[in-house]
Design a protein around this ligand. Structure first.
Ligand code: CIR
Length: 258
């Protein structure tokens, strides 16, 4: 397998002023958040990724959550128009970096789409219609990706920020899903595995090759995956979770050879 390139951005000193939608504000210890982010990057390196940290944006509290700024496929990179106005200035640095690897296309105003709302299984994508991503944003994505043979459907989510807070793709194409946040029937023909019911934020896992990186706050869900034969690893991202971010949010993974 060609090594994956993992684009990240540093934790900004202003992260405590991040956007919050479904959780209450708690103090965030920036030093701990930085350390956890370093451990996250170290895990990606240990799994064979080439980690490239892009320039920081100290005045953009959510800029560490790079996933929301782009949807990267082998054929192109779609630069999003994030739903939160405070986050729209995050895309420029990411676009500059992605231009070196992909043809770049855009979601245009007035519609919005966050990368965290885009779930992919092979050539099928689902967009979560959330407080950040609109039906028209999803329609733009559909039109942009249709020429490459991708299909784009939409679904609704409950009580969480993004579709990928509720469901993520496992290495074999099955979905890890929290049924309280999204209905399995939204993904016809795609087998699903439920998170442990006591671990509401366990569905956001990051896959690198055959490995599934789980948040250490979700040990029971990790054991479910272990028992089903998945290779798993754990990362503590508890301080970043106070900013409503999960594991997928902190990187954009791309095959640099594509
Ligand atoms: C936000 O509300 O935009 C950030 N505080 C958290 C973004 C997390 N991103 C993601 O789930 N893809």
């Amino acid at each position: 397998m060609e090594p994956l390139l993992a684009l990240t951005r540093p934790v900004p000193p202003t992260i405590a002023r991040c956007e919050l939608t479904h959780i209450s504000r708690e103090p965030i210890d920036v030093d701990i958040a930085v350390r956890q982010h370093e451990e996250y990057e170290a895990m990606l390196r240990a799994l064979g990724c080439i980690v490239t940290q892009l320039d920081g944006a100290p005045d953009r509290p959510d800029s560490v959550f790079i996933e929301d700024t782009a949807v990267v496929l082998d054929e192109c990179a779609v630069i999003t128009r994030p739903g939160a106005p405070s986050r729209r200035g995050e895309t420029e640095v990411v676009e500059d970096a992605l231009r070196r690897h992909r043809r770049v296309v855009h979601i245009d105003a007035p519609d919005t789409l966050d990368g965290g709302d885009v779930l992919r299984v092979g050539r099928r994508l689902w967009v979560g219609l959330s407080s950040r991503s609109t039906e028209d944003g999803a329609a733009q994505l559909r039109a942009l990706l249709h020429p490459f043979g991708y299909g784009v459907d939409t679904t609704t989510v409950r009580d969480c920020l993004h579709l990928k807070s509720a469901v993520s793709t496992l290495p074999d194409g099955r979905l890890l899903l929290n049924p309280r946040m999204v209905d399995a029937s939204a993904f016809p023909g795609t087998p699903t595995i439920e998170v442990d019911s006591g671990e509401p934020w366990a569905a956001n896992v990051l896959c690198v090759g055959d490995m599934v990186i789980c948040p250490s706050a979700a040990p029971r869900t990790r054991r479910i995956l272990d028992s089903l034969g998945y290779g798993t690893a754990g990362v503590d991202a508890s301080e970043l979770a106070k900013a409503e971010g999960g594991l997928t949010c902190c990187s954009l993974l791309l095959d640099a050879s594509a």
